[in-house]
Every structure is written in C-alpha cells, then in structure tokens.
Design a protein around this ligand. Structure first.
Ligand SMILES: [Mg+2]
Length: 333
C-alpha cells in the first residue's frame, strides 16, 4: 500500500470497513454491558425499518452516534500509516499514547489503556504491552481495515506487530489477524462466507493454535440460530475468566472474535442484520458490533452502508466525511 494526498475517492472496501466499524461501534456502544435481553430488544429495532440516525440510542453523556475506542484506535492506526506512507510501529504507538494521555479515549479496556499510558510515560515499544495473561480484544477491534491495505505474509506481520504494542498474549495477535483476513476475504467477490472460518484458522495457526481451534468452531456455529449459536459458544469456555452467569459475550479476544465472525458470515450481505446479530448477544457489544460492521462493510462498500453511517462522530468531530477522507489517503497495494 501507499499513502497519497490526491482527492480521488477512497477504495470502497477500505472506506466500508472503516465506516462500518464506526457505525457498528456507535450502535453497540449504546448497550455495552447491559443485560443481554436489553441488548436484544435494542438490536431487534435495528432491523425493524430503515437504519437511519434515529435508530442509534444515545449513551450518557455522549450524543447519539458517538463511537468508542474501537474506532478511535482504528482511525489512529490508519492515520499513522497515512503519515508514514507505510506501517511503522513507533508511529502508531505515538498516536495511541497521545490519544490516551489526552484523555480523549472513550470506553477503553484496561489492556490498551495501560499499554498506551506506559508508552506515554516512556516505556519502550517492546515492554509496554499488557501482561501475557491478559487476552482482551483491543488489538482485534481495530484491525479489520488492515486487511484491505495488506495481504499475505505482510498482513500477518502488520496485524501481529500492531497487536503486540498493546497485548502480549499470542491470541491477541491471532485474533487481530483473523479479523483483518476475514475482512479481506469478504471483500473479494468470489469468497464463500461458509469457507472463511477454515481459511482464517489456517492463516493464524502459526501465531496461536488455540485461536485457530476456536475459529474452526465458527463453521459449526454458522447453521445455528443465534440463540443456539451463542449457547454453544459459551459452552466452549473460550474465556477462562467469564462469569458463571451468562451476561453476554465477554471482552476476551476469542469469544468476541468468534461471535463477530459468526454474525458477519451469517449475514455477509446484510449489514444491519449482521450487526444486530452481533449486538443482540449482549456483553462487549461495541466491539462485536464494530468487528462485524467492519467485516461486512468491507464486503458491501461504504456507499451501501445504512444512512445511519452519516451520524457517527467522536465528540462532534471525525465523523463520516473525515473518516472517508482518511480512507482516501490510503491506497491498497
Ligand atoms: Mg469500545
């Protein structure tokens, strides 16, 4: 890939992945960590009619359409690549540190926050990441657009390196690579969604065998209705720290990546249904919504996203048009 300053329109898949991520994040952020039945009621409303800005619930103290750290991190990742004309770990780390040091992050988890603040305090790039026993989804939530900029071994390397800045656990790098490759495969017209879990599992196996095994389970989830699929996902016990009482998909990288992939592949050509499915299970809904929204957004392209995509923002700035302009600065190889 390369960066550029020309006013050409953005690549539709790249723009779709970024805006789809932002809208899925903004929709899910409204019900993050609420009881799953409440998330399910809200999600049902997202497919009841045209998905315009009136469908987005506000979350105090923010205006409706506010996206959270998932999109903020994806945005800063892409800005770092646009700045440098290529992937550079130090450039992304600097942007991440600045975002958190300024207190501008919205709803971030402890892994990314801790790493970003350590980077800001001068801890080296190699040492700032969260400890290896923490496997949150912070690196996967921001990774989808990378799949539209890089391919093959280069994508695997960039997805891993950006993950390693904040998360040391190998599942975090593998989860990020899985989401990025799935976005890439979904954007290619000839990809069969049902074949994607096996392809993604094989791709990330060198990074983490447990992640590969979990991704293979998504093939078996796909024919199941969401209620049965989420129950089966819980029984897999992918998050060792999950509460005994089900309260939604946790922020552990494995269940959240698998659930987002299930939702995206089950409704690969129907963005509102994919994101509603991701959110309806409850839990870490901003991130499952963001990941599913980014993957399906890559497939359908920015112009086919619901009208609500015009309403996303970060405290009144970095909205729809600015995100499109950012995507236009980047050109897939
Ligand atoms: Mg978030």
């Amino acid at each position: 890939m390369s960066s550029r300053s020309s006013p050409d329109p953005p690549d539709p898949a790249l723009a779709g992945s970024l805006l789809g991520l932002a809208l899925g994040d903004a929709l899910g952020f409204a019900v993050e960590a609420l009881d799953p039945p409440e998330a399910a009621r809200y999600a049902a409303g997202l497919t009841a009619g045209p998905l315009d800005s009136s469908a987005i619930r506000a979350r105090h103290p923010y205006r409706a359409g506010q996206y959270s750290d998932d999109t903020q991190q994806a945005r800063e990742l892409l800005r770092s690549i646009a700045d440098c004309g290529q992937w550079q770990a130090a450039a992304f780390a600097a942007r991440l540190a600045a975002l958190f040091a300024a207190g501008h992050d919205v709803g971030a988890g402890p892994g990314t926050r801790g790493a970003a603040l350590r980077l800001h305090a001068g801890v080296s790039l190699a040492d700032a990441a969260a400890p290896a026993d923490y496997a949150g989804n912070g690196a996967a939530m921001r990774a989808a657009p990378l799949g539209l900029l890089f391919g093959g071994e280069r994508l695997l390397a960039v997805a891993s390196e950006q993950a390693r800045i904040t998360h040391r656990h190998p599942a975090c790098a593998a989860g990020a690579a899985a989401i990025a490759l799935a976005a890439r495969l979904l954007a290619s017209a000839d990809a069969d969604p049902a074949a994607i879990p096996a392809r993604v599992a094989a791709y990330v196996r060198p990074l983490d065998r447990d992640t590969a095994s979990a991704l293979l389970e998504v093939t078996a989830l796909l024919p199941l209705e969401p209620g049965k699929a989420s129950a089966r996902l819980v029984r897999l016990g992918l998050d060792p720290l999950a509460p005994r009482e089900y309260s939604g998909v946790t922020a552990h990288v494995l269940p959240s990546v698998c659930w987002a992939l299930y939702a995206a592949l089950r409704h690969a050509d129907a963005w509102p249904r994919a994101v509603a499915t991701a959110i309806a299970a409850g839990g870490d809904t901003d991130t499952t919504g963001a990941m599913a929204g980014a993957m399906v957004g890559a497939r359908i392209g920015a112009a086919a996203l619901p009208p609500a995509a015009r309403a996303v923002h970060d405290r009144g700035s970095w909205g729809h048009d600015a995100l499109l302009q950012l995507a236009a600065m980047l050109r897939p190889a």
